[in-house]
Design a protein around this ligand. Structure first.
Ligand code: ADQ
Length: 509
């Protein structure tokens, strides 16, 4: 069996003597790596004006890490620019925040091309390549253009909207065609799979067949939903241990017997923080019996502060928290506690366990691991209640949560009240059902399921014409700044239509 090669935007090389950071992909891939060895390639996280054009290598616990640095221009155009100012809002249905710049789009392709060139030099013929997330969509096509015949899979961690939304992105057809270079495209949920299939059908003319695949020039591209999980039992153990630790104990003592509602996430406009604060305000206004009886703790790790659309968010949240506290606080009670930074994973797990309600209410989310962690962290004898947005991918797998629309402040306030008042038996039943499912679908199982489908696949032909066309298009755009992406798309679509009619004609024969 060949190596497993992972490509993700950010690669955190563990310190010497450490296996890997707890949580996240590193845990998911532990088994896969330990069975066959592997390579993990991506951006080091370093940015400088003129970084050396070299790949740095490190070996930790049987895994080779290979990282490159980004120049300030590449960081601005590729990461802060196209990936996080255009792709991120579009994939989260926030077209009003989509900030497209064609130079940044070119930069995104150029960075992906550079990654492909570096990676090709490190690949062995029997390697399996697994590409992660929206920063890397064109990587597969760039690898194919360089002659790669590897099995290449792509997993999309964030939502996949239907074509009516996706097509707002300039160059949408090219982006969706890039996915045809992969052998397997994975998304989180069935809702995302429907979005992906719709984009494939309308953006490329390729209809998903029964069995979840499209056929393109003799190749089979599988489209599947693989809902990501967590290391359930390990997280439950960490939470149980941390609940007795000093951090959680200090928190519990400070509540003076009041109920605790918790929220935790990166400070991101997709996570619905202002809406949640307004809903908590509505709880205190509509149900005054909860004044001085409940405390809401929001832990929000700072994120992407150099992206324009994130800049006002911190201020808005601080303002809302201040307003609620100003209106309702007492000398001995602060309704909203706001911790504006990341806290260690085990501390967070202890906080989850101490909370009677987990409030996870994103406006859109691929999956949302906090929802799963909150459930895993509970004491099964006396579990808290999860209040979950219907727009989080996790809601597909967790119907026993109290499902809410995050835009409905009163509905959310009522759900919080119902959660705080839920009888023990009902809490145990709901929690038990969710925990069973979390144990069945762990993050290790998720990685295995993806790789099993990817590796059951016949080798791809390379370079496919579709991929070569996508690369041709990107190069053309880069060379000729005056050529608008719309023109190039039309030109490509012309080729596409011609190809399809040839295919139809040959089928008819
Ligand atoms: P994220 O958008 O980062 O992930 P999420 O899935 O919730 O969102 O994962 C966040 C992780 O960070 C969790 O493990 C959580 O415990 C941790 N965390 C949150 N707040 C923290 C804080 N203040 N301090 C420390 N740790 C904190 C993207 C997609 C998601 C998808 C994941 C995985 O946007 O939809 O679930 O990838 O595929």
């Amino acid at each position: 069996m060949g190596r497993l090669v992972i490509v993700s935007n950010r690669v955190a090389v563990p310190r010497r003597g450490e296996a890997a950071a707890a949580g996240g992909l590193a845990v998911a891939l532990k088994d896969a790596f330990s069975n066959r060895g592997g390579l993990w390639f991506g951006w080091s996280g370093n940015v400088s004006a003129d970084p050396p054009d070299v790949v740095r290598h490190a070996r930790r616990a049987g895994v080779d890490y290979a990282v490159i640095d980004l120049s300030q221009d590449a960081y601005d155009g590729f990461y802060a620019g196209y990936a996080n100012s255009a792709l991120w809002p579009m994939f989260h249905f926030r077209l009003g925040l989509l900030d497209y710049d064609c130079d940044e789009a070119d930069c995104y392709r150029a960075v992906n091309r550079r990654y492909a060139q570096k990676l090709m030099g490190m690949l062995r013929p029997d390697d399996t390549v697994w590409v992660h997330d929206y920063q890397m969509i064109p990587l597969g096509a760039e690898l194919r253009a360089l002659g790669s015949r590897h099995r290449i899979g792509y997993f999309h961690h964030i939502p996949f909207p239907p074509w009516a939304v996706f097509s707002a992105m300039p160059g949408a057809e090219d982006l969706i065609r890039d996915l045809l270079a992969y052998d397997l495209v994975g998304v989180q949920t069935h809702r995302d799979l429907a979005g992906l299939a719709d984009c494939m059908a309308q953006g490329t003319g390729m209809k998903m067949r029964a069995g979840g695949e499209v056929r393109f020039r003799g190749r089979r591209i599988r489209l599947r939903a693989f809902p990501i999980g967590i290391a359930t039992d390990e997280f439950a153990e960490v939470a149980a241990r941390s609940a007795g630790g000093p951090e959680a104990q200090r928190l519990v003592a400070s509540l003076a017997g009041r109920a605790l509602i918790i929220g935790a996430e990166r400070l991101d406009y997709t996570k619905g923080l202002p809406e949640r604060l307004k809903a908590f305000g509505a709880l205190l206004n509509r149900f005054p019996e909860y004044r001085s009886k409940v405390t809401y703790l929001q832990v929000a790790a700072r994120s992407r502060e150099d992206v324009e659309s994130y800049k006002g968010l911190k201020r808005e949240i601080e303002h809302l928290a201040g307003c609620i506290n100003g209106e309702h606080a007492d000398a001995d009670w602060t309704p909203v506690r706001y911790v504006g930074r990341a806290v260690p994973r085990d501390t967070l797990a202890g906080y989850y366990r101490a909370a009677q309600v987990g409030l996870v209410t994103p406006l859109r989310d691929g999956m949302n691991l906090v929802a799963k962690e909150y459930v895993a962290a509970q004491d099964p004898q006396n579990p808290g209640v999860l209040v979950l947005s219907r727009f989080a991918g996790a809601s597909e797998e967790m119907p026993e949560a109290l499902t809410v629309n995050p835009l409905d402040a009163v509905g959310m306030a009522e759900a919080m009240k119902a959660a705080l008042e839920m009888p023990l038996g009902e809490r145990q039943d709901r929690h038990g059902a969710m925990l069973r499912r979390l144990r069945e679908n762990t993050v290790g199982g998720w990685a295995k399921a993806f790789l099993d489908v990817l590796e059951g696949h016949e080798p791809a032909e390379a370079p496919s014409r579709a991929a070569a066309l996508a690369v041709f298009q990107a190069r053309l755009m880069a060379r000729n700044a005056s050529t608008s992406s719309a023109n190039v798309s039309e030109e490509m679509l012309g080729i596409q239509v011609a190809d399809l009619s040839t295919a139809r004609a040959s089928r008819a024969r």
